[in-house]
Structure formats: C-alpha cells, structure tokens
Design a protein around this ligand. Structure first.
Ligand code: OSB
Ligand code: MG
Length: 397
C-alpha cells in the first residue's frame, strides 16, 4: 500500500459555550483536518494542537511545519502495517501531536483498505457502546457550575470532570457535592495550576470524595507529583506529564501516578498509545481516554481506541452537541440515554466529513503529492509537489 497525497485543511468552528481552564479560555475550535489518500482510499484524522502553546508546546503553526518539513519525507514507499509509521517517525523529536495526526489518518486509511472498523486493527473489543463523562470548564459562579453540571448529569453523562484553579476549587466543588449528593462520580482537573507548596491546601479536597485530581502540578513534573501523592488518599491522575510508555512507567515506579489520562495526540500516535494501554492493563492502573475538544473526526478515533480492554473509566469523549452547533461529520455523535456513545462500525473510523459543512468552516487548504516508486523515505530533501487553495496561511490568530 502506497500513499499518494496528504491534505491539510484548517478549520475554525465556533464552540457553543466558551471553554475555560486554568491556562486559558477558548470560544472557537481550530484544528488541522488531515486527509491521506492512496490506492483510491482516504483516511482522516485531526491534530489536537492549540492556537497557542498553553496546554503543550505544540500549535497549529508547529504542526504545519512538522508535517511539511519533517514527517512527509518519511511517508514514501510501501506501507505494510500502520504500526511501522511510528517507527519511521521515531527520529523526529517532540512534535507528537503532528506525528499522531498523520499516523492516525494512516491507521484509518489502512483499516478501510482491509474493510475493517479501526478498533479491530487496534485490538479493541466488539463493544458497541462506550460509557462517557464530560469535562466542565471554569464557570462565572458556583451557582452556574451547579446548574451546568446538574444538566449534564441529568442527560446521562457517567462522571463529571470539573476544571479547577487556585481560587476556583474547594468552594465550588463543595457546593456541587452538596447539590448532587455523594453518589455522583466527580473529579477535578487543575491543568498544572498548583505547586508542591500547595500540598496542605490539597488536604481540603480529601472530604469531597473525588475520583481523582488530574495534573495538579507542573506540566513537565513527575517527582513533585510523587511527593504530593504520598500525602493524599485521593488518587492523582496524570495528563500533561505523560508522553510515552516510559514516562508512564517512571511515574508509576515513583508513585506519582494512580490513574492515567491517555490522549493519542499527546503521546504521538496509536503505537505509543497501545503500549501505554498494555502497561496500564498489566499493572492494573485505571485508564481513561482524554479529550481535546475534538471535532467528530477525533471523537471517532477516541471511541475506537476506548474499546480496548485497558480503558476502565469513563473518559472525556462527550457528544458532538456538548461542543458544537454543527459538527463537521455527516452523523454527529449523540449521547445515548445510558450515558454512552455508539462506536461507528463502518470501515476505518466509520464517520465521513460533511462536504457542505467543511466548505463553511475551512479557511485554508494545502495538499502535497508524495512521489511514488521510491523507497527512499529517509531523504528529507526530496522535492514534494504542493497545491494550495488559499493564498495565505492564516491560522486564525
Ligand atoms: O486537560 O483534559 C484536559 C481540553 C483542552 C485541553 C486540555 C484538556 C481539555 C479537556 C476537555 O478537559 C476534554 C474534552 O471534552 O474534549
Ligand atoms: Mg487534563
């Protein structure tokens, strides 16, 4: 199987309500939609990089250059197994969201060529529904948080994740606990807003009976997380700090990690994601699939991954209507009454781009031809033909 071309389409999609975290506030979802083509088949994925380097160092701009200059030269020649893509890209340091976006599109393309749903290639189980939770941004008041959270709970979401930051933590969480009762699974995500010096403050979280506290300390730390974890009975879940199975192993060995949030983009693709899922399963570490406010394309990928047996907790893959007035896929994801999303069963990711909606939301498009008949995928200086639909690259900032 050979790839013939790769297309990047930049989309800008309004969010229904702004999403605020400890590091920033977004009212528009912007992303690269990746399409790979070859042998008459298309594969899709999306990059989960952000407008600015606030969650991780990757941005739409860095993803564009990483794909154009570093990744595309490795896509030539015969591809016999999507597992090998990650190996081909191994020499490229960092840029994990860029690598993941391309690798995931190739997995979709390959699964379609085998006429199999993606989850079968990934080693997932034949489950048709995935229990899901919802991630709730920082609100204007505890009353507003209570109303928003209660409405999601009544819709059927299986757990509520509340974004926190210093000044927006114990008080709103306590009011929410009082409003919803002790049975509702609630967790908190700090996105690295605290320091180890706040360790005494975390003691105040203990009687809230949270499922976990996600990424309380620095985005690049595991050592202080280990120290903090020893002082708390509430489990620590790591998000930002885990980029590979080696990171997960080290964090586990240090005692920094009780639960893993896995995002394929953050770890650089399905190959490293499968390694982390296997590690979590082997050590009985609870695991769930995180989210990055993805469109229906990334959402479909997340559902396929979550069919793997290691995913034991509801993740952040909520329904399309939790984010967007209109998604970019023809059949948006809807929440079933039992708090699940249905895994698409068609070939590959099993969802299709809505061409009319893409016309509306796409602001830039560029396609590169990948020369055929050459197995020299290691020569970064090869000229690659390209075609642009818009004169200027405008990444929306
Ligand atoms: O920390 O999990 C996070 C969104 C953007 C960046 C980081 C995070 C999030 C979310 C949203 O929590 C999860 C989702 O609904 O997609
Ligand atoms: Mg998080």
């Amino acid at each position: 199987m050979r790839l013939e071309e790769i297309q990047l389409q930049f989309i800008s999609l309004p969010l229904k309500t702004p999403f605020a975290t400890s590091f920033g506030r977004e009212d528009t979802k912007r992303a690269w939609i990746i399409t790979v083509r070859g042998e008459g088949i298309e594969g899709y994925a999306e990059s989960v990089a952000s407008d600015l380097p606030l969650y991780s160092e990757e941005t739409h701009a860095s993803v564009y250059y990483a794909i154009r200059d570093a990744i595309i030269p490795h896509l030539q020649g015969n591809i016999t197994d999507p597992q090998e893509i990650s190996l081909r890209l191994q020499s490229i340091r960092g840029n994990r969201m860029a690598k993941a976006a391309v690798e995931m599109a190739i997995w979709d393309w390959f699964a379609k060529s085998e006429r199999q749903p993606l989850y079968r290639l990934l080693g997932g189980r034949d489950v048709d529904r995935i229990p899901v939770g919802v991630s709730i941004g920082i609100q204007d008041s505890p009353e507003q948080l209570g109303a928003v959270a209660e409405s999601y709970w009544k819709q059927g979401y299986r757990r509520l994740k509340i974004k926190i930051r210093p000044g927006w933590d114990v008080i709103p969480l306590r009011l929410l606990r009082a409003r919803l009762g002790d049975e509702v699974p609630i967790m908190a995500d700090a996105n690295s807003a605290y320091r180890l010096a706040d360790r005494d403050h975390f003691k105040e979280f203990e009687d809230l009976h949270l499922m976990m506290i996600e990424q309380p300390l620095a985005y690049d730390d595991i050592v202080d997380h280990a120290t903090l974890a020893k002082t708390l009975s509430t489990p620590i879940c790591l998000d930002e700090s885990i980029h590979s199975v080696d990171d997960a192993r080290k964090a586990w060995e240090l005692g920094a990690l009780g639960i893993i949030n896995l995002k394929v983009g953050r770890v650089g693709g399905y190959a490293p994601s499968l390694a982390i899922e296997a590690f979590a399963r082997q050590h009985h570490i609870p695991l769930w699939c995180g989210g990055m406010l993805e469109t229906g394309i990334g959402r479909a990928h997340n559902l396929h991954l979550t069919t793997l047996a290691g995913f034991t907790l509801p993740g952040d893959t909520s329904a399309s209507d939790r984010y967007f007035w209109q998604d970019i896929i023809t059949e948006p994801f809807a929440l079933n009454a039992d708090g699940t999303l249905t895994v698409p069963t068609g070939p590959g990711i099993g969802v299709d781009l809505d061409p009319k909606r893409m016309q509306e939301v796409c602001t830039y498009e560029e396609t590169w031809k990948i020369p055929l008949g050459q197995d020299d995928h290691l020569n970064p200086h090869l000229k690659i033909n390209r075609e642009r639909r818009f004169p200027e690259l405008d990444l929306g900032r």
